[in-house]
Design a protein around this ligand. Structure first.
Ligand code: GLA
Length: 706
């Protein structure tokens, strides 16, 4: 009997699902344009059955089950007091509506219902999630619940993430020919260490070439991502929330849903993949929540740290407005007793010593200057040295009788305690209702060591409670923008973006490091959600010094801001900040709607480049950064994809380091006299690369002339 065949189509990709005893993705790749018959689809891929194994074919289903002979990592692990530990689900119905397929199956014996949803949207982003419902009369304990997607055998290389505080979104490639790949995060938040994503493809896939399958688990807590190569060569990707012992217990009639696994297939390399994700973020995740241009920020943190003097901060605001800043954010240090990072988290009341007249005057001042006002909070945290701690020791997220190490001298609050959430909501709501606050920087500076609620493991619940708290606040204050920050980029994922507006990508404002961090982040996130600030000349995290040109060009390609004290800035530097702020404003309509292309440069160890091309291909903004000393005395050619191959474009140098001509006889001719070339020429042939000093950048504008 042949299986039922269902298909989902995007613009460029297609998924074919076969549903028989189980649901199996037969194909997920380039869109087919010439049709096929359902019968042939199943028979063409009917596998051989090798000797020495089970006598039946075992598909890699959307939820692999040991009971059906699937020996690899199952899609669900759980039990009911030791029973029903290996459920066998039978499909009861499949529904297809537009871009979505829902497969429902049941295990009558275990009284469990499994609902799997697949959705492939017009931006070629696939969303997979699964819900398990316990319809029995006893509790069911879930230990693992994963989304499973098979991948073709040719996907033999994984590009994965690693990192740390001030060095987020670093990448590494691993060839997987046998066994597999596993990555676990147990830090209680999305983490700097393992952003929950993988990119897979045939070994050697590049920015512009090759088949790529990108995957991101939208979840802000513990997670596990794995790729298994089975003994028969088939491979599969699993992405799941990682549960701590005992933490998921489904009471009768209760259900649990996995975080959504987002995937995208591209046959035009990583640039094609990231473009799909960017469009999805723009249209599906942000939608009309961000209707106006992203205002340029000034954030006070690296300018004054905990030294808050309202008169001085007002002076900072005045200077910031003169530079062209559009949103002024008062960072950490404004609340009761907060003079350093050892105290006061939890005491969300204005510090009367620092602000004897409150903050309303400061907020008015900022608004009168034509800027929006933002305020920093770290709601989930508490310091031992705080009023809140002395009153509510039992509000800690902890396991009784155990000590736990602090992180930045702080502990986490148990958000599943309704009193805690109510207190935090009341405090945040108070500020947003009482004052004209346009923006909240929501920080989360420590990892979670003992996620215990009533002494039971509750890491998963803590993340859900965090989402609920943000959701409640957003519901009441829908016009307030929220930034997700966790000691920089420790909580960056699609689930948090559904309820926030941008990310603080990193506490590292060193432009050279930022180039790498922003590149890594750009595979899944468009520039407008990437907080990118010009920091002080002397980086506070690396102690390195960079020119304003490198700092300015680097911050230009995100949601731009400044992270410094404009009062203590020389007039010359202020002029330069004004220049980059106004460049950003001029180009932000393009930067925040265009297609991002990470460039493949000939000397890729030493150089990095990015082009953002307008959706109508009328112009583009390009930066080339010299990360280190060039390998050779010439640096090859610069090729820029994405423009209309038939049209003619002019290339202008918009910004370059002052010393660019110092130790070269001459630069390529186009650096002195704009050159005119076709989009095809730019993509295929290119223009000669300039010669640049290490740690410098050049900014180019490409404009359509006919
Ligand atoms: C974290 C954030 C910084 C700043 C400080 C304040 O480190 O990432 O941007 O807000 O906290 O304490």
């Amino acid at each position: 009997m042949s299986n039922e065949i269902y298909t989902l189509s995007g613009e460029q990709s297609q998924l074919i699902l076969s549903v028989g005893e189980v649901a199996e993705i037969l194909y997920y790749g380039k869109k087919l344009h010439h049709g096929f018959s359902s019968h042939n689809a199943s028979s063409a891929l009917r596998r051989a059955i090798p000797y020495g194994r089970l006598d039946v074919d075992v598909p890699v289903s959307l939820n692999p089950q040991l009971a059906r002979g699937s020996f690899g990592s199952p899609g669900l692990e759980g039990h009911c007091n030791g029973l029903n530990w290996s459920p066998e689900f039978k499909i009861v119905c499949v529904e297809q509506k537009d871009h979505q397929i829902v497969v429902e199956s049941c295990d009558e014996r275990a009284k469990l219902k499994l609902t799997i949803t697949l959705k492939l949207d017009q931006y070629d982003v696939l969303q997979v999630s699964q819900t398990l419902n316990n319809y029995g009369d006893k509790g069911y304990s879930v230990t693992r619940f994963a989304n499973t997607v098979p991948l073709p055998e040719r996907a033999n290389e994984v590009l994965s993430y690693f990192g740390r505080w001030v060095k987020e979104f670093q990448q590494t490639r691993t060839v997987i020919s046998a066994a597999g790949f596993i990555q676990e995060n147990r830090r209680g938040r999305t983490s700097h260490e393992h952003y929950p994503a993988l990119m897979l493809g045939k070994q050697g896939f590049s920015e512009q070439e090759g088949e790529v399958w990108g995957a991101h688990l939208a979840w802000s807590g513990n997670h596990r991502m794995r790729v298994d190569v089975k003994a028969d060569g088939r491979r599969l990707l699993q992405a799941e929330a990682l549960y701590l012992p005992g933490e998921i217990y489904l009471q009768p009639q209760q259900s649990i849903t996995t975080p959504t696994l987002y995937m995208s297939y591209s046959n035009t390399g990583l640039n094609g993949m990231s473009d799909h994700f960017h469009q999805h973020v723009r249209h599906e995740i942000l939608g009309n929540r961000v209707a106006k241009p992203r205002p340029v920020h000034l954030n006070t943190w690296e300018g004054i740290y905990f030294q808050h003097d309202p008169d001085y901060i007002m002076q900072m605001a005045t200077e910031a407005a003169a530079i062209g800043v559009e949103r002024f954010i008062v960072d950490d240090g404004w609340f009761k007793g907060r003079n350093d990072d050892t105290s006061s988290l939890g005491d969300w009341f204005i510090d009367a010593d620092k602000y004897p007249n409150g903050i309303a005057g400061l907020i008015d001042h900022v608004h009168q200057l034509g800027m929006e006002f933002g305020l920093w909070f770290e709601p989930e945290m508490i310091n031992k040295h705080s009023d809140l701690y002395s009153q509510h020791l039992d509000w800690l997220l902890a396991v009784a009788d155990y000590d736990q190490p602090t992180g930045r001298h702080q502990y986490a609050l148990d958000l599943q305690n309704p009193k805690v959430s109510a207190y935090l909501f009341e405090r945040l709501d108070h500020f947003l209702s009482q004052y004209d606050i346009d923006y909240v920087k929501w920080d989360m500076n420590r990892e979670i060591v003992q996620p215990g609620h009533n002494d039971m493991a509750a890491g998963d619940g803590q993340v859900h409670a965090y989402y609920e708290l943000v959701d409640k606040l957003v519901e009441k204050h829908p016009d307030v923008d929220i930034e997700s920050c966790a000691a920089g980029g420790g909580r960056i994922d699609y689930e948090v973006l559904k309820r926030t507006h941008r990310f603080w990508a990193s506490d590292n404002n060193d432009a050279l490091e930022r180039q790498q961090i922003q590149k890594g982040m750009s595979y899944f996130f468009p520039p407008e959600v990437m907080g990118a600030h010009i920091g002080a000349e002397h980086s506070h995290t690396t102690r390195r010094t960079h020119t304003l040109s490198l700092r300015g060009i680097t911050a230009l390609f995100g949601h731009m801001g400044l992270e410094l004290d404009p009062v203590k800035t020389s007039d010359e530097d202020k002029r330069a900040y004004r220049h980059y702020v106004s460049l950003h404003k001029q180009w932000r309509p393009l930067l925040h709607t265009g297609r991002t292309y990470r460039l493949t440069l000939d000397d890729e160890c030493a150089q990095q480049g990015v082009a953002v091309v307008a959706p109508d291909q009328s112009n583009a903004l390009v930066s080339i950064t010299q990360l280190a000393m060039s390998t050779y005395s010439l640096s090859g050619v610069l090729r820029i994809p994405g423009l209309n191959e038939e049209k003619l474009y002019r290339i202008d140098v918009l910004d370059k380091p002052a010393l660019l001509d110092d130790i070269v006889n001459c630069q390529p001719e186009w650096m002195y006299q704009p050159v005119e070339v076709t989009g095809e020429w730019l993509a295929q042939v290119g223009i000669a690369m300039p010669l640049m000093d290490p740690e410098s950048a050049v900014l180019l504008a490409i404009s359509l002339i006919g």
